[in-house]
Design a protein around this ligand. Sequence first.
Ligand SMILES: Cc1cc2nc3c(=O)[nH]c(=O)nc-3n(C[C@H](O)[C@H](O)[C@H](O)COP(=O)(O)OP(=O)(O)OC[C@H]3O[C@@H](n4cnc5c(N)ncnc54)[C@H](O)[C@@H]3O)c2cc1C
Length: 394
Amino acid sequence: MANIAIIGGGLGGSLCALALRSRGLNATIFDAGRALGGRSARSQFLASSEPHLDQVISTLSNANLIKPWTGRFGVMGAKGGFLPLSSISTAMAGTKNESPTATPTTDTGDFCGFLAHARSPIYVGTPNNSSLCTSICELVDVKVHLESHVSAATHVDGKWMLQIKGGGISEAFDGVVFASHNQTLAADAIKTLSSPPDQPEIKERLDKLSTSLGTLRSSHTSPVFTVSLQYPPAALNRVNFDAATLPADPALQMLIRESSKPGRDVNAPHDEWTGISTTVFAKVHLESEVDMVTEMMVRSTARVLAPYFGNDEKNVPTPIEARAKRWGAAFTTAPLIPSTEPGEDCVGLEPWRMVIAGDYVQVKQSPGEAMAMSGLVAGEKMASWFAGDTTKRK
Ligand SMILES: Cc1cc2nc3c(=O)[nH]c(=O)nc-3n(C[C@H](O)[C@H](O)[C@H](O)COP(=O)(O)OP(=O)(O)OC[C@H]3O[C@@H](n4cnc5c(N)ncnc54)[C@H](O)[C@@H]3O)c2cc1C
């Protein structure tokens, strides 16, 4: 049975593993973190406008790993209360957006296409988003190596070997999927691939791909901060929304009541909320002390909630605990697609059994959807190579 290495155990890598396992291939995930999940641990929702993803959504739903999230969702005006959805485009015409982004990621008044998706079911992981990738890997029996930072991947005699930082060389694999959101790693691996001397166009394609991946990493990522806020129970009961995008605020772009999500602990001692910064705010404060950023985000939250407390920030309850977290390369602001095949959800290099998957490959309604499609199609593509005649170079 073919044995495939997946570098990166975020939702993309985990869904790739699901696709490989359901087609009878072995999958081994290497992840640099202490737990699987990557950015999906703080991602707010998963949604699909792609029929191809529906099957996966039902598999996860039937296994009780995700549940639909319904709530009071909208665009909040500067004076509290929801604005009509058409106001998103008005907000976009404002100045929050520092540069045009291909994917509806941030600062646009519709965080990650949240409100556009919310017209159809949107899902969250249960009991929480952090557990989703681990549960998927347990469901389909995937081998997982945590705290395994892959520093290089090389193709030798038809097999892939991974160099693990501080941990030697991995076993040999028949194929590799790059799902790590670390485009440099894939770019470097491509440089080591040997292309046939009689086919210069293949060498040219590989060089172009490697350069595009490198550029993406160095010039087209944007940061974001999240803040986790623990309020006394019932302190924010009068706030009448569960998730709101905040086009009028310079520091925060979204505020979410975590307890409105299904499967959360109803007896939790605190009422947890999450704030997501604008990328403009994150860029300015990227190197600031996290404590200082936390304080600023708490103040911004009070400003946003003031309309529910007599228009006075001082009346807004203070969180018992608050902690900001920096996501240095949260979003990719330009897709890889112009330098790859149009319409492809992942980049497949069949002669070397190598696939590159990620939310940056193709533009979708949300990055989560782009990532889910990319991981899924990566697994299917790899499996199809092992199922058919795969000796021909493309
Ligand atoms: C704060 C925040 C909120 C978001 N909210 C939403 C949302 O609500 N909806 C939505 O659609 N999208 C959202 N997104 C985007 C969404 O989270 C991502 O599109 C998606 O999680 C990407 O998944 P991935 O598997 O491709 O990458 P990642 O989640 O980045 O996973 C990559 C994994 O690779 C591992 N890794 C990295 N380098 C190496 C290495 N060298 N060796 C081994 N492992 C490595 C990392 O540890 C990580 O686990 C959000 C993003 C952020 C940052």
